[in-house]
Design a protein around this ligand. Structure first.
Ligand SMILES: *Cc1c(COP(=O)(O)O)cnc(C)c1O
Length: 466
């Protein structure tokens, strides 16, 4: 057996052979070396277990093509592009919002050159990174002041820590929400040092519930947008205007965690409150995400009355939650587009996907179905069906947007096997299985991606049928 070990080529010889492959020339050498070593130790194990018994199995023309496949699979970056065929536009697990071209260009500039990130060009002195987007945010929302932090969870934490720490914040039981990734409003509030004072019942809370809970310990009234669910039936929540009046009577700030935070009115998203409406209705502080229906980078935006926002800015915790220059660049570009709702709807991908008309989706699905039918001849049946896609990100939970799905029924393997195999191809394709069929919603794909979708399906079917 020991002669077999000696038949294995040297690592240097293998590296030299691999580097003839143009794709591998740019891969860091230590990474290639690790992969070659792993490959060889797998072969040594096969020799030891008797799976490899002859020198023929170790000949370079047998071994090296297998090594190449192993290495090519191993050098793919861990964090990579996927095809989103789920139809869920703001898909947190798939990266939420795609950036508009203008935002991508701004990020590129911010990365490649020095910038006035914290430098005031007028005075030549130190400036504030927030100044770059504050006036845009005020213009878009009607608020007096604004601040941006790392994400909305941080925005909620920071606002409560600044304004309510050590005192009580009153919230309706119907709004104690958990959003994805185990973010629970009550837990975040506890971390801020604010004491949670729950009022009302799960389905109904009245103004008198809030009023009866007010003591000298009370620091604020809080409303949370019940992003990802709706309580239907016998329900009552207190409106922002009513809470505003109560806040005025008792001298208490009213804070609203809006979650999604729409800046422009979109067809199909009529029920989502606009940030400007919430400010108009009297919220003192409003928090929302930058990468949900705003369609920008991950960020948590805080807008509201100057006296409160200034206090939040001065909180030392703010420094630990600050946004980076790439986020700032992308956010400024996205906010500029949002000034013109029509342009925003065309150019900000999240808004464009939400607003895509049904007829467009129908003809797009037809085109994709025809392409897949040709591609999958005899290996899968392709049909289309009317269904609904979800906005995601907590917006609009109870009603989907009308769409047309392309459905694939694999003929030579199970649908679950196909779904799993699609995650292993490059780029991986994420869709969903419904009624025993693999479903693709083209709302979250662009036409240029169709050939990639077709080859993903072809490669996945080839890999499971082997
Ligand atoms: C999404 C959401 C958050 C958290 O926002 P992130 O940007 O994900 O941190 C907080 N509150 C509500 C109501 C939300 O919908």
């Amino acid at each position: 057996m020991s002669h077999l070990y000696r038949c294995l080529p040297s690592v240097d010889r293998a590296l030299e052979w691999l580097c003839r492959e143009p794709e591998l020339c740019t891969v860091p050498r230590p990474m290639l070396k690790d992969l070659v070593n792993t490959f060889f130790s797998l072969r040594r194990r096969e020799i030891a277990s008797g799976r490899i018994q002859s020198t023929a199995q170790l000949a370079e023309d047998v071994l090296f093509p297998a090594l190449l496949a192993f290495v090519l699979a191993g050098v793919v970056p861990r964090f990579r592009r996927v095809l989103n065929a789920t139809g869920v536009v703001v898909h947190t697990n798939l990266g939420r919002s795609l950036l508009a071209d203008a935002a991508v260009r701004a990020v590129n500039q911010a990365c490649c050159h020095y910038s006035n990130l914290e430098f005031d060009l007028e005075s030549g002195r130190r400036g504030s990174r927030y100044s770059h987007v504050e006036s845009l945010l005020c213009r878009l929302t009607g608020a007096e002041a604004a601040l941006v932090v790392n994400n909305n969870a941080a925005a909620v934490l920071l606002a409560l820590e600044t304004l309510v720490s050590g005192r009580e914040v009153i919230i309706s039981r119907g709004q104690l929400v958990e959003i994805g990734g185990s973010f629970r409003i009550p837990d975040v509030m506890a971390k801020s040092g604010a004491v949670l004072r729950e009022v009302g019942a799960t389905n109904r809370t009245h103004l008198f519930d809030y009023e009866q809970a007010i003591t000298e310990q009370t620091g604020a009234l809080l409303r949370v947008h019940t992003s990802n669910f709706r309580i239907v039936g016998f329900t009552k929540q207190v409106s922002l205007q009513e809470l505003r009046k109560l806040g005025d009577e008792y001298g208490l700030p009213v804070i609203e965690d809006l979650g999604s935070g729409a800046l422009v009115r979109l067809p199909g998203l009529e029920e989502e409150p606009l940030v400007s409406e919430v400010i108009r209705d009297g919220a003192d502080v409003v928090t929302f995400s930058g990468d949900k229906v705003l369609g920008g980078p991950q960020a948590g935006i805080i807008v509201g009355r100057t006296e409160y926002v200034e206090r939040i800015k001065r909180n030392p915790m703010n420094r630990a939650m600050r946004i980076d220059k790439m986020t700032l660049a992308a956010l400024e570009a996205t906010l500029r587009l949002s000034l013109d709702p029509e342009r925003a709807t065309n150019e900000v991908p999240t808004l464009r996907m939400i607003a895509t008309p049904f007829e467009t989706l129908k003809s797009r699905a037809g085109r994709l179905a025809r392409l897949l039918r040709t591609e999958l001849k005899g290996r899968g049946e392709v049909s289309t069906r009317r269904a609904e896609s979800l906005v995601g990100g907590g917006a609009h939970p109870e009603r989907g947007l009308p769409t047309v799905l392309v459905e694939v029924a694999p003929l030579e393997c199970g649908v679950e096997a196909l779904r799993d195999a699609l995650l292993q191809v490059t780029p991986p394709l994420v869709g969903r299985v419904e009624h025993g069929l693999f479903c693709l919603d083209s709302r979250t794909l662009v036409a240029e991606e169709f050939p990639l979708v077709a080859s993903a399906l072809r490669n996945a079917l080839a890999s499971v049928e082997q």
